[in-house]
Each structure stands twice: as C-alpha cells, then as structure tokens.
Design a protein around this ligand. Sequence first.
Ligand code: ATP
Ligand code: MG
Length: 444
Amino acid sequence: MFISKSFIPILKNNPSEAKIKSHQLMLRVGMIKQSSAGIYSWLPLGFKVMKKIEKIVREEQNKIGAQEILMPTIQSSEIWKESGRYEDYGEEMLRIKDRQDREMLYGPTNEELVTDIFRSSVKSYKSLPQLLYHIQWKFRDEIRPRFGIMRGREFYMKDAYSFDINDEEALFSYNKFYLSYLKTFKRLDLIAIPMAADTGPIGGNLSHEFIILAETGESKIYTDKRIFDLNSEGTKLEKKSLKELREKYEQFYSVTDEKFDKKEFEKKISEPNRLITKGIEVGHIFYFGDKYSKAMGASVDLPESKKDFVKMGSYGIGVSRLVGAIIEAKYDEKNEVMKWPISVAPYDVSIIPMINKNDISALEKANKINFEFAKNNIEAIIDDTDENFSSKIKKMNLIGAPYQVIIGKQKDGDLLEFKEIGKEAKRINLVEIIKIIKEQKAGN
Ligand code: ATP
Ligand code: MG
C-alpha cells in the first residue's frame, strides 16, 4: 500500500478530546471516526487490526471445539420476558418498536437467544456438550461512553455459550474457555490475568475477569505479583490438566474491586508481593448453571427416562476493546512510537524511501523490495510522498508496523537499513530481512 493512495487520515497533533493514549492514537492515525456518542466507523487501519484480532479469537475458540454461529443483532423482546431480564436489564438496553408495534431490541448479549436456539433442536444428553459462539456487534446504552472504543455503546464482541449435562461437565467446559482465553491474549502479546469477579446481572456464582494492567483501566484490582510469572504452557484439553491450570493460578489471591477483602488480601500475600492497581477488562467468563435453561425450559433427556435442565456458562471477549487495550499496552506516547504485535499489525513492515523531485531511485528500489515482500506474504506500507525524511519516520512510528526499511541516498550494494521498532537499526540484505519477518510471523 502506498501512503499517497491510502485512506489513513493522519492528524498533525493529538486530538484534544481524547483523554487516554489509545483514543489519542486511534484518532491521530485515523483508525476510527466517531459517528455519534460511543458509536464509531472503523477506517482501514483500525479495521485491519480488529479483523486480525478477530481471527485469532476465532482460531482459539475453534481449538477447544466451539462451533461458530451468527445470531442477529436485533432480537424480539419475547425471549427476554421469558428469562425475566426484559425488565431487569434497564436503560442499557436499546428498545425499538417495529411497524407492527412489536417490541424489539438491539442485543446487548445473547444468553436468551442462544438458549432458544438450543432448546429447539437439542433433546438428548447424548448431544452434549455443546459450545457455541458468535462474533457480532452489541449495543449497550452505556451511561458514560468514553475513551473511544474502550467503552463504546456499539461494540464488537465474541460471546460463547456452553451447554452441559451436569456441574462437573459444565466446569470442564468453563475451564476450556479459561485456557483458550489465556492462549488468545498471549497471541495478542498481552499479559491478561484471570481474576475472580462478581457475576453481576448475568447471575450465577463462578466468574473470572481477564484483565490487563493499565493505569487508564476502569477496573481496580488486587493481586499477587507472582501471578505474572505463570503461563498455560503444557496444559492439555483434559479435565485433570485444566483443573491443575486453574489451581496454579488460584493459589495466588487475585480479585477485582467487588470481591476485595482486605483481611484476606493481607493474610494471603506478603507485603512485597502485593499489588493494587488498575486494569482493563478484556474478557469475562461466567458459570450460571440452570438460571436461563430453567426459566426458558431448556432441558434434555437423561438415561432412565429422566430429564434435567442443561447447565450453562457464557464467555465474552471484547474484540473491539482489545484494539484499544493493545495500544494502551504498547504505545510509547512520550516518544510517539507505536509497535503493534506482529500477530495483529496492520502492516508487517514500512518502507521509507528518501525521495526528491530529481531523484526517484529510492522509490524504485522501494517498489522492488515491496515486490519481494509480497511474494513472501509480507505486507508493506510504502511512503511514496516527497515529504521530508523526519516527518516520514514520525508518521510510520505512529502507524506502528513493527519493522522499518529505510532507503537513504547512499548506495552501498545490497545492504539495507533495517530496524525493528524500539531496537537499533542494522544493515543487512533483503534475504535476511525477509527471513526475520517471516520467522516472526510464523511464531504467531
Ligand atoms: P464492563 O464491566 O467493562 O462494563 P461487562 O462486565 O459489562 O464489562 P461483559 O458483559 O462480560 O462485560 O462483556 C464481555 C466483554 O465485552 C467485556 O469483558 C469487555 O471486554 C467487552 N465490553 C463490555 N462492554 C463494553 C463496552 N461498552 N465497550 C466496549 N467493550 C465492552
Ligand atoms: Mg458493562
């Protein structure tokens, strides 16, 4: 992609309305454009990143055996009346009437709709477990939409739902999602900590929020520093292994605000390991048993002519919020340098040729390099404008492709100036550059 032809409307200065760095950068490099309060259009740069995040989220859902569906954004109020949430949900729900005067709503979440789908086709325990997910826009009329897409009114979410025969099997499903979340966030190069959380309006008694540390986060957290050394490596998709993974994390006290107990915190964590800070919630998982299946009559036949309501859980990831969360974690706002993780970077590499009116040889060289990149599935963005060199570098630092190839005046054979953002530049040849980038891409 050539900068001159791209739709990347970059601003010279930071927009004054943005209070946190992710919102600043997203407006600055034209990733999004506000359409009304808490509602945004996604422009090419932002959309590319979000689609890459979505792909990783999807792959990790598929790996635990979840099946993708797509439910509509507009729902009928009937099923919400069955569950009792039509009244309870309150003003966050956007309610609409159609031309027949039927009460409709824009879905803020999908427990009811998926339970309705389930009950209409699954009749026997032999079909369990069922893990279903979709990735779809949600609308919540948040009282205080802010921080750009971090707390929007319209936002993109992955939500999954599990259906099991009993508590033990349901816990197995819950733990599969727990693992898949750890893996998903790791692929996004984020350290997300699972924290015991309140279940809120969804109901039930077991819940974890996945939180990444950030000063600008809206969740207050109380945790043990040692939890940051853990990972999910070696965990198998088996009951015992998953249970051990949970236990490994749960040996460290780690909770959000609502669950905080000062006595317990001080008893379980020695002074130097205590950490009280803020974070961004990027995922949330719940187990709520038969709360919805009972209210909505979703039962299955068991052996010996018995019947029981299915046990359900639900599992959300804020796909659009993650775009902002990654920026909060990776953007060096002081030096105005963004480095996207290669797994979600809008471009793998930027090519920055020094061009002036009388000499376009650097641009020709850039085109040749781009051709070789494309052959190797490496996506590049090329600054083909005749702006001065330092403003070109500044621009590419904001766009945040993790690698840069800089083509100056001097001709020294095959060697190119190659830089990984945040590291020293080096002079190597194109074959080596391609090898480095390909290796990084393959690792994700
Ligand atoms: P919060 O406490 O931030 O309001 P929630 O508990 O209401 O979140 P869930 O219903 O569990 O959120 O939704 C799943 C995920 O969707 C959250 O973990 C978050 O990442 C994302 N999310 C929720 N509300 C918003 C919003 N208004 N804008 C963007 N993302 C959101
Ligand atoms: Mg909420």
